[in-house]
Ligand binder design. Structure first.
Ligand code: THU
Length: 161
């Protein structure tokens, strides 16, 4: 038996003002998008914005449903839209923000497990790392240089070969 430790590099910025301008812009788009969330059940409004290799940006929000499991997270909404509107164009950056009335919004959130799996597939299929920019409406911002870091030992197409 041998033991191995898996570590992930994480950049922590004190606030959005410290970010490179392109990252600050994308995070701001995600923050603004939270206003368009459809989250009548949880009240937890999530915005996700992508930048593509062609320079375009797109935003998505969580879309809840009376049948709760039919709801979909902002990350999967925006990635599906990007792939449908710009097929074959790599997603290079994904910013995620949120707003929860009465909650602590001054901290980053990171994608749920299903979204990690989905983001990881987009990253693999385009063979391009997707940078993640995670921040609330103020406070610290986390940057990961690739989505795979959030899903170590992922189940991928390679496992089915
Ligand atoms: N949600 C997202 O849209 N993205 C995340 O990363 C975490 C959770 C949504 C799902 C649900 O509509 C609400 O937030 C509360 O879980």
């Amino acid at each position: 038996m041998k033991k191995k430790e898996l570590t992930i590099p994480l950049e922590i910025y004190e606030n959005a003002g410290e970010l490179p301008p392109a990252d600050a812009l994308l995070l701001n788009l995600a923050m603004e998008a939270t206003g368009n969330a459809y989250a009548p059940y949880s009240g937890f409004r999530v915005g996700a914005s992508v930048r593509l290799a062609n320079g375009k940006t797109l935003s998505g929000t969580n879309q809840e449903n009376a049948s709760f499991p039919a709801g979909i997270c902002a990350e999967r909404v925006v990635l599906s839209a990007a792939s449908a509107i710009y097929p074959g164009i790599e997603v290079t950056d994904l910013a995620i923000s949120f707003f929860y009335e009465g909650g602590n919004n001054a901290k980053p959130i990171s994608p749920c497990g299903i979204c990690r799996q989905t983001i990881s597939e987009y990253e693999l299929r385009s063979a391009t790392p997707i940078r993640l920019i995670l921040g609330g409406n103020s406070g610290e911002v986390f940057i990961l240089s690739r989505a795979a870091d959030l899903l170590p030992l992922a189940f991928t197409l390679a496992e089915m070969k």
